[in-house]
Design a protein around this ligand. Structure first.
Ligand code: FES
Length: 156
């Protein structure tokens, strides 16, 4: 087993920041046309030293183990970053202690990057509209009829 796979397994034993942030300022959802996996990320901002920075980030995934491990790492390292700093993070940047993504797993990291970028599009200065119905899980929201607040953005 590679070092990367070992670290993914260790992270999956106790993934951080899973589940919805009920008081989130931003949320992003993406799907990968490559594998059909999906990821949603929530961001909560706070003021620190006169700057608006990410206070908390969380995720929910219908994804592979790598995507979940990267999301766990990403949500930890996003803390304290401004929206602009977070916008410049690539999939490889978001892996944190997992190390570089193997070529076959790059799209898994891009799923996390895509969810982050999609969330950042709904900036804190533009408050998220409350959903018209209760959205408890990614699954339940994906089963909603088209035309709701959920936006699925396929990754390139
Ligand atoms: Fe789909 Fe990893 S195989 S995100």
């Amino acid at each position: 087993m590679s070092d990367f796979e070992t670290k993914v397994r260790e992270t999956l034993a106790n993934p951080e920041n899973q589940g919805e942030l009920p008081d989130a300022d931003a949320v992003g959802t993406v799907g990968s046309p490559e594998c059909g996996d999906m990821m949603r990320m929530w961001l909560k901002f706070t003021e620190k030293d006169g700057k608006k920075v990410i206070d908390r980030a969380s995720f929910q995934a219908f994804g592979c183990q790598t995507a979940i491990a990267v999301a766990s790492m990403a949500t930890q390292l996003l803390k304290g970053k401004t929206a602009e700093e977070a916008q410049h993070l690539s999939a490889q940047d978001l892996t944190g202690e997992l190390g570089p993504l193997p070529p076959m797993k790059i799209h898994c990291g891009q799923l996390v990057e895509g969810a982050l970028k999609n969330a950042l599009e709904s900036t804190p200065s533009q408050p998220i509209e409350a959903p018209t119905e209760s959205v408890n899980t990614l699954s339940s929201s994906l089963n909603r009829p088209a035309g709701g607040k959920l936006r699925i953005i396929p990754l390139d």
